[in-house]
Design a protein around this ligand. Structure first.
Ligand code: NAP
Length: 343
């Protein structure tokens, strides 16, 4: 495993982070990753040198199950060996019934949620605490002051921001600066080789303000592994894939992950993989790891130990500037823009 300093923080993390969104998650009454498999995945990640775990209060059914699975696993290990990130924003007990203060980034909800997160993870502190989304109805000053208190109390070490608009991230950073609050050091956008909508401006902010970037869904939910085939040249959302895969069980898979640009990018990822003697998943992850304008640590969401083992192989791949740039070009094939090239 390779390790890297996480942006401007003093944290050293593995080049890949383990994602736990599917831990305890139920689809059609079936648990996607049960406790036993979750613990096998954590073991396999640890054995391969991954020291960075990403979770959220919201993951699992009931919510909090993912944090509980991780906490049970950590109980038998040295907490200090791991960098653990969690998140707050979404309703925890339901879908935001009015009058319950059960969602968003207000002081009351954030303070309640951090206690639950610490309890389930069985730890005194979270290494990185992300705001999962932007809260339109709470002044960012209230959120930042609350997060500042958590840092002062030692419950949180570093702050992170997940998906939001570039102007929102900028406003939060500016407010921290002006008010002298602890600032976001890590960003967690949706970013992968087949995607570019909205994210360019956001990444420009991260580059300028020296934030580390931990992209989620780095394989576009599995699309960039090459296991899906296009079945209609006129419709980029028509596809076939293996039974039981995410594409098979999620209604919104095509909306989320499939686009004309995505298929172009996948063709290039496949071609580069062939040249490198690697798999498309490894090349797609390596393309993120080798971003040279910001520290980039993709959050891998493997469902099985075999998938995880394949994905960790990304650390043994190396892309030439030409291979890296060809994947950038494929993402911008439609309009010929140039952004993100290495050479
Ligand atoms: N901040 C946010 O809002 C947010 C949102 C989403 C996720 N996240 C975080 O990011 C993590 C990763 O997201 P993600 O799960 O969408 O990541 P992803 O890497 O894009 O997709 C992971 C899925 O692709 C398939 N896959 C992975 N490796 C494979 C391989 N080698 N061969 C074949 N199939 C493979 C598996 O699904 P199947 O086998 O079922 O096809 C797996 O569950 C999450 O666990 C979570 O921690 C954060």
């Amino acid at each position: 495993m390779e390790y890297v300093r996480l942006g401007s923080t003093g944290l050293t993390v593995s080049r890949l982070c383990l994602g736990t969104w599917r831990f305890g998650r139920e689809t059609d009454g079936v648990v996607e990753t049960d406790r036993e498999t979750a613990h096998e995945l954590l073991d396999a990640a640890h054995e391969r040198g991954i020291n960075f775990i990403d979770t959220a209060n919201r993951y699992g059914n009931p919510h909090g199950t993912a944090e509980r699975f991780i906490g049970e696993w950590l109980e038998e290990r040295n907490r200090e060996d791991f960098v653990v990130a969690s998140k707050v924003y979404f309703p925890f007990n339901g879908w935001g019934e009015p009058g319950h203060n059960d969602e968003g980034l207000g002081r009351k909800h954030v303070r309640a949620q951090i206690e639950g997160t610490l309890d389930r993870l069985g730890t005194d502190y979270i290494d990185i605490y992300y705001i999962h989304r932007w809260d339109e109805s709470t002044p960012i000053e209230e959120t930042l002051r609350t997060l500042e208190d958590l840092v002062r109390e030692g419950k949180v070490h570093h702050l992170g921001a997940s998906t939001m608009a570039a102007w929102q991230l900028t406003k939060a950073l500016w407010t921290s600066d002006v008010e002298g609050y602890e600032s976001f050091d890590v960003a967690q956008p949706l970013f992968h080789a087949a995607y570019r909508d909205d994210v360019k401006e956001y990444l420009d902010v991260c580059i300028d303000q020296d934030l580390a970037v931990c992209p989620y869904s780095p394989l576009a939910g599995g699309f960039l592994t090459g296991k899906y085939e296009r079945v209609d040249p006129d419709d980029p959302t028509a596809f076939e894939g293996p039974e039981g895969s995410r594409g098979d069980i999620y209604d919104r898979f095509d909306d989320y992950y499939l686009s004309e640009r995505g298929w172009h990018a996948l063709d290039e990822v496949r071609a580069v993989a062939e040249e490198c003697g690697a798999t498309p998943a490894q090349v797609a992850l390596r393309w993120l790891v080798e971003q040279d304008r910001f520290t980039c640590v993709p959050i891998v969401g493997a469902r099985t130990v075999d998938q995880l083992a394949e994905n960790v192989g990304a650390v043994d791949v190396s892309l030439s500037d030409d291979q890296f740039d060809r994947i950038v070009d494929a993402r911008y094939a439609e309009d010929g823009q140039r952004w993100g090239h290495r050479s």
